[in-house]
Every structure is written in structure tokens, then in C-alpha cells.
Design a protein around this ligand. Structure first.
Ligand SMILES: Cc1cc2nc3c(=O)[nH]c(=O)nc-3n(C[C@H](O)[C@H](O)[C@H](O)COP(=O)(O)O)c2cc1C
Length: 186
């Protein structure tokens, strides 16, 4: 079993990347392997609101728009825990994270407790590297997403450039504890 880290910044050496490193190292310290999907490189388009608003997501729990979504969806469904690390854009998830999250929610929320994601741990990180504004509104979106998919909230961590070093330590410690909790349930 392993954890899946979804990251959604185009920058490979910015605040989001530093958070991903802290998550990966923390999970590893807790004994859980992980892999990362960089959503900006995953060729995932936006939901097309098929037909009358619902496509195959409602009853078949798969997205009928074929692109990079399907392979990442499969990896999410296989993961013991899901960690989403997004830069804060406009007080919200970045666009690549939002595109993926919108489509994932449609496929999984429609299964209720039968979704393979239901009952699994979720950790969300909002990296606000500009003004620092929008950390909470970004996490609020993640909280709603997690609730719709019946996942368990492990942690929701806001950070900005001024809290960077302190919060990277928090993220490492939280990810390490998450690995240990997930291990107990595997
Ligand atoms: C379109 C856009 C919108 C942004 N909106 C916010 C914001 O609402 N609050 C904030 O603190 N920073 C904002 N930023 C700055 C990013 O959060 C910042 O650049 C962050 O460090 C990006 O992560 P990265 O270093 O991994 O690229 C925005 C950046 C972009 C490109």
C-alpha cells in the first residue's frame, strides 16, 4: 500500500514543491511509500457537464471524457491515503487541481460509502506564496470536496511564505503520523 500525493503547481522548485518534499519525507519516516502526480502535466481537462448535467459519472462512476483523468483516477482509487498540495490561486485551488477534483468528486461522491475513497485519509495543503490571503478559503473548498467523497480528514494545513519553515516541519510531522495511522488500518 502507498499514499498518493497530488500536486498542482507548474513550478518544480517553489513553495508547493517544498511541501511535497516534506510530505514525502514524513510519510517515508512513518513507513509509508508514496508517489506523486503533477496535475499540471497530467493533461486533465475540465468537466464538460455532459448531457443534462450528468454523464456516466452519476451511475457508472467513470468519466466519459477521455484524457489524462482516467489514469490518475485509477491511482487515486488504489491509494491508502490521498494528499493534495496546491498553490493558492485566487483564494482557491489552482486550476489543474480544481479540474481534477471536480471530475473525481462526480465519480466518487455518487457512490456514497461504496466509493473506494470513502473512509480513507485525506490531507490537504494550501500554499499561499503571494499576499498570504486565501489560505482558509482554499482549504474550505478541500474540506467540502472531502466531505462529498466521504473521506476522513486527517489534516488541512495552510501556509504562506512567512510561515514556510515552521509549517514545513508541521507538514513533515503530520505526514509521518498519517503514515503510522494508515499503517494501523492496512
Ligand atoms: C493566478 C494566481 C493567483 C494567485 N492568488 C494568490 C492568492 O489568492 N493568495 C496568495 O497568497 N497567493 C496567490 N498567488 C501566489 C501563489 O500562491 C504563489 O505564487 C505560490 O507560491 C505558488 O506556489 P509555487 O511556489 O509552488 O508556484 C497567486 C498566483 C497566481 C499565479
Amino acid at each position: 500500500m502507498h499514499a498518493l500525493i497530488l500536486s498542482s503547481s507548474p513550478n518544480t522548485d517553489g513553495l508547493t514543491a517544498a511541501c511535497v518534499d516534506a510530505v514525502r519525507d514524513g510519510l517515508s519516516a512513518g513507513g509509508l511509500g508514496s508517489s506523486e502526480v503533477r496535475l499540471t502535466e497530467a493533461n486533465i481537462g475540465v468537466c464538460r457537464q455532459c448531457d443534462d448535467g450528468w454523464g456516466t459519472c452519476r451511475d457508472d462512476h467513470v468519466c466519459q471524457v477521455v484524457d489524462g483523468f482516467q489514469s490518475v483516477h485509477a491511482r487515486v482509487r488504489d491509494a491508502a491515503a490521498l494528499i493534495l498540495v496546491t498553490p493558492v490561486y485566487w483564494g482557491d485551488l489552482s486550476e489543474s487541481a480544481k479540474a481534477f477534483a471536480d471530475r473525481l468528486r462526480r465519480c466518487e461522491a455518487t457512490q456514497g460509502d461504496h466509493s473506494p475513497l470513502a473512509g480513507r485519509w485525506f490531507m490537504g495543503i494550501a500554499a499561499a506564496g503571494g499576499s498570504g490571503g486565501g489560505q482558509i478559503s482554499c482549504l474550505e473548498q478541500m474540506e467540502r470536496l472531502v466531505g462529498h467523497m466521504h473521506m476522513k480528514r486527517w489534516d488541512l494545513v495552510p501556509l504562506c511564505r512567512w510561515t514556510r519553515e515552521a509549517k514545513l516541519q508541521v507538514i513533515h510531522a503530520s505526514a509521518r503520523a498519517l503514515a503510522q495511522a494508515a499503517d494501523g488500518e492496512i
